[in-house]
Ligand binder design. Sequence first.
Ligand code: IPD
Ligand code: CA
Ligand code: CA
Length: 258
Amino acid sequence: MNQDLILAKKAAIEAGKVILKYYKADYDIKEKSYHNPVTTADHASDKILKLILTTERPNYGWLSEETVDSPARLSKEKVWVVDPIDGTKEFIEGVPNFVVSIGLVKNGYPILGILYNPVTKELFSGSLAEGAYLNGDRINCVEKSKLSEMVILNSRSETRRGLWEPYKNIFSDLKAVGSVAYKLGLTAAGKSDIFASLRPKNEWDICAGNCIINEAKGKLIDLHGNTRVYNQPNTLITPGLIAGEISSVDRTLKVLKV
Ligand code: IPD
Ligand code: CA
Ligand code: CA
């Protein structure tokens, strides 16, 4: 039994319970930056995740969207890479497209991932060489040999801003869903053929999903074709991302490459 995976699942479920106390109820909202809200629920989730994960694994480093960053993590072999709520805008809108995202990296490589949607109770998990699962059932990415047959999950805001207009007739369908991390879980489970984003993301948005995608016979690359080495001083990944089954990702990169 992978003890880190058991611990991360427990932490995600506890954080999910805390988040549900605020969902469609009373909480404060602050704008961290333009179009980047944070709520009482994000901070409460961060607090319980940090308590459980760092108490049980005092030697691991910690990187979370809602914890002030510390360079201490840069010298650690293993580091938790956490987004307490990915999909805060959807949480606020009352759309159940948000997840708790817990990744673990070893020397920069993602070795564990948990994504938990507390509303739908979907729990996506993956750990190195042990496969990927959705609520205990094995999952895999789906291969599509033609772009015209692919269903792509993309961002609600990128769609609203018209960024996907040029690609409308290339793919079979473009579906806008909230939360990058949730989209990675859905793609690993074969509920879409590809996840793609045309805008930069942070390590905490994708680390857990990256492990789950890898373990579901897929890969995640940026729009230059590179895989991510995590736990870097600058956590922003530019200019965008593609994930899914390996050959389907390569086919998509030919169209989206910058
Ligand atoms: C956001 C979500 C969203 C993505 C944004 C992220 P948050 O994270 O992942 O899907 O388009 O770039 O900031 O703010 O809900 O944790
Ligand atoms: Ca996020
Ligand atoms: Ca977040």
